[in-house]
Design a protein around this ligand. Structure first.
Ligand SMILES: *Cc1c(COP(=O)(O)O)cnc(C)c1O
Length: 369
């Protein structure tokens, strides 16, 4: 079926633009290890994101994992289970214990009214997630982090290009991790970045992404290999030239969805946060089966039957993953459990034709009983 619609579609420059960008690589034979493309992308991103420091990495997951390692933490880390596997895995793979805080039923980010009671003398950090591009309650998180001397690492994978109160979203907490995966608003094919405050943290990250090598004859940390290569950086430089245009097109898609779906009984649409310049990354809809008449899973199946791929995102919750062998109690995060069962993200990408949005909404609304 050639009119199949997937939940997302990667943004790409024209092939000519990309070839122009990578041509110098053939002259220099410099393929990776912080070459000119890497350097340029880093500088351009500092500008675009309105931050002082950016470290580029192979992907968003290594951004999280190495940031936690660079912070040299021990003990418990408070986070949320309504996120991608990566957030929780980065904590566990660092030998840290995740403690799950419930989420806010409107923004789906960490419910800060439930945060303080989870802080113990073993807590070392908070890892909140800006879910779907919705910005966390930054002020309250900063206040508690300051009060208890905790590090704050934001999983900002969904918030590329956003601002909060006029400031680049990468400026908050000790550091913020971004994903430039092919499915994200801005991509470098695979890639990621950390925006950080403390230059010392930056120096550590730079070494950790290159095996912990400090000098030609000195290795002073057990690092990984997480360097962004020149071809990915080149893709990033091309995509960055068009990202504002891509976000504007996403906005039009989101507005079309809203025209059809807002005010419908039993549907909860994403909120617009007044202080946030949005990147229109996702279009989540929460289905209340009692009011709407059909469940999230029934709507998912109806769309699939019509060749439309929606995504149960985020489902399942990370605190229910089989790999954790029932170690965590999902009853402690009841709001996250409720939302994960009911949420569906609808297809959204810059080039999604508005007529297709109409068709998708028609199928969704046909499920209303
Ligand atoms: C995409 C994503 C990641 C991981 O990023 P990768 O670049 O795929 O490694 C982490 N957290 C969240 C919330 C994400 O959506």
């Amino acid at each position: 079926m050639d009119n199949k619609i997937l939940v997302t579609r990667s943004s790409m420059p024209s092939v000519d633009e990309y070839i122009e960008e990578i041509r110098p690589i053939w002259d220099s034979h410099w393929l990776t290890n912080m070459g000119p493309e890497h350097k340029n992308l880093q500088a351009e991103l500092q500008q675009y994101m309105g931050v002082e420091n950016v470290e580029l990495l192979t992907n968003g997951h290594m951004a999280l994992e190495l940031s936690l390692q660079a912070m040299n933490l021990q003990g418990e880390v408070i986070t949320t289970p309504f996120t991608f596997a990566s957030t929780t895995h980065a904590i566990v793979r660092n030998g840290l214990e995740p403690v799950f805080c419930d989420i806010d039923p409107v923004t789906y980010t960490m419910d800060v009214t439930k945060l303080e009671r989870l802080i113990t003398d073993r807590t070392c950090a908070i890892v909140p997630v800006h879910v779907y591009g919705n910005v966390c309650n930054i002020e309250e998180i900063e206040r508690l982090a300051h009060k208890y001397e905790l590090k704050v690492l934001y999983d900002a994978a969904h918030t590329f290009g956003e601002t909060y109160k006029g400031q680049g979203i990468g400026n908050f907490g000790d550091a913020s991790c971004f994903s430039f995966h092919a499915t994200k608003v801005f991509n470098t094919i695979e890639g990621g970045a950390v925006c950080y405050k403390d230059p010392e943290l930056g120096r550590k990250l730079y070494e950790l992404k290159n095996f912990g090598i400090h000098g030609p004859e000195e290795v002073d940390a057990v690092g990984a290999n997480a360097k962004m290569n020149e071809f990915c950086a080149a893709m990033g430089l091309c995509n960055l030239r068009h990202v504002d245009e891509e976000i504007a097109k996403r906005k039009a898609v989101v507005e079309r969805y809203r025209e059809h779906l807002s005010g419908v009984d039993g549907l909860q649409l994403n909120v617009e946060q007044p202080e946030v310049k949005s990147n229109y990354a996702y279009f989540p809809v929460v289905f209340d089966e009692k009011l709407f008449g059909s469940s999230r899973n029934e709507v998912f199946d109806a769309l699939a039957k019509n060749g439309i791929g929606a995504r149960k995102y985020f489902y399942p919750l990370t605190n229910t993953f089989a790999c954790f062998h029932k170690k965590y109690d999902v009853d402690e995060t009841p709001v996250a459990r409720r939302i994960a069962k009911r949420v569906l993200t609808l297809p959204l990408y810059a080039d999604l034709p508005l007529e297709e949005v109409d068709r998708i909404c028609k199928i969704v609304l046909e499920q209303k009983l």
